[in-house]
Design a protein around this ligand. Structure first.
Ligand SMILES: Nc1ncnc2c1ncn2[C@@H]1O[C@H](COP(=O)(O)OP(=O)(O)OP(=O)(O)O)[C@@H](O)[C@H]1O
Ligand SMILES: [Mg+2]
Length: 324
């Protein structure tokens, strides 16, 4: 074993859609150490959520993993049955779903929803132990334990999001996948939740995959950053290397769209062309139709996932700073 908590090897996932097969994750590989935070960036539709759901084997009915391995301390989760994977979910791996603040069950009190998770993890937990743990979790995420008996509609959006984080942490997982956990919230609440998650992550030494389309948010929280484009990893490396020395032209374009401190938020306007259609992905490098550095080979063959030194990986035939 290599000492990593999670090793993902060549993972692919597809959805069956009316018009054909959507290749939403294609040959993704990365590893995550214990206690490490990996940021995952990429524009809407590039497969971030599909990757997260694949790791927990929670893809919707029409989705399936079509290849690769997900090794959690050496155990491959891919071949496991639904019954066999259940002990891993929430206890070992947990997820804060995208738009989760709207995913709490509306007719159950928040405390009861957390209690259900706690009882599922530890059927021997007494009512008192569960109540104590709920209070502890509430305090951890910055909520007043006195509000635990309320219903989701009695909470603000920020409070609901905190409750969902409490739920994800309930069973003390080794790895939390946070899928755009703060995107729907206003900037001030976003910032404070981000800071609290950082504190919790450090305090419990959890590993975390933090997903955001906003690479600037990722830079605050993650030591390493992975950039995804059209279902594939384009680049991965230490945040400082990815920021200061992006190898993949797509990463450079993402960084160019990061707003300045006082400027307005911009979109990826500097990229020509349309985001790719994953029903019929482009040949070769999926980014080639929009790439300012594309050469003939880029349309013909898929670039290898190459280590450019110091754990800085990219899949590109013509990376920046390496002009032929
Ligand atoms: N249930 C589904 N059935 C068919 N196609 C799907 C399904 N869910 C997602 N897709 C497609 O898979 C691709 C990846 O979607 P995914 O939701 O993983 O992207 P994302 O990076 O999380 O986007 P966002 O930033 O908007 O959350 C997209 O082309 C999307 O349209
Ligand atoms: Mg998503």
């Amino acid at each position: 074993m290599d000492g990593n908590l999670l090793t993902v090897e060549n993972l692919s996932a597809r959805y069956a859609a009316r018009a054909g097969e959507v290749s939403a994750v294609d040959g993704v590989s990365f590893a995550l150490a214990r206690g490490e935070v990996l940021g995952l960036a990429g524009e809407s539709g590039c497969g971030k959520t599909t990757l997260a759901l694949s790791l927990l084997k929670l893809l919707p009915e029409n989705g399936r993993i079509t290849g690769g391995r997900i090794l959690l301390e050496g155990t491959d989760l891919v071949p496991l049955s639904e019954d066999a994977i259940r002990p891993f979910r929430w206890r070992r791996l947990s997820v804060i779903f995208q738009g989760a603040m709207n995913s709490l069950h509306p007719v159950y009190r928040i405390a009861d929803q957390i209690r259900e998770a706690l009882e599922a993890c530890d059927p021997n937990m007494s009512r008192q132990q569960a109540d104590d743990r709920i209070s502890e979790l509430f305090r951890l995420v910055g909520l007043d334990p006195a509000l635990a008996g309320r219903y989701p509609h009695e909470y603000s959006g920020g409070m609901r999001q905190r409750a969902v984080i409490a739920l994800a942490l309930a069973c003390r997982p080794d790895l939390v996948i946070a899928d755009e956990p703060t995107t729907a919230l206003d900037v001030i609440v976003q910032d404070s939740i981000l800071r609290e998650m950082q504190t919790l992550q450090r305090r419990f030494g959890m590993s975390m995959i933090y997903i955001s389309h906003d690479i600037a948010v990722l830079a605050e929280i993650s030591r390493r950053i992975a950039v995804m484009y059209a279902g594939r990893l384009a680049e991965l490396g230490a945040a400082v290397d990815v920021f200061d020395n992006p190898l993949h032209p797509y990463t450079a374009a993402l960084l160019a769209s990061v707003p300045s401190l006082h400027g307005p938020r911009t979109r990826l306007v500097n990229l020509p062309g349309e985001p790719p259609d994953l029903l019929n992905p482009p040949s070769g490098c999926r980014f080639h139709p929009r790439c300012p550095r594309a050469r003939d080979v880029c349309a013909e063959r898929e670039p290898a996932w190459e280590d450019f030194g110091g754990g800085h990986f990219a899949a590109c035939w013509n990376p920046a700073g390496r002009d032929a």
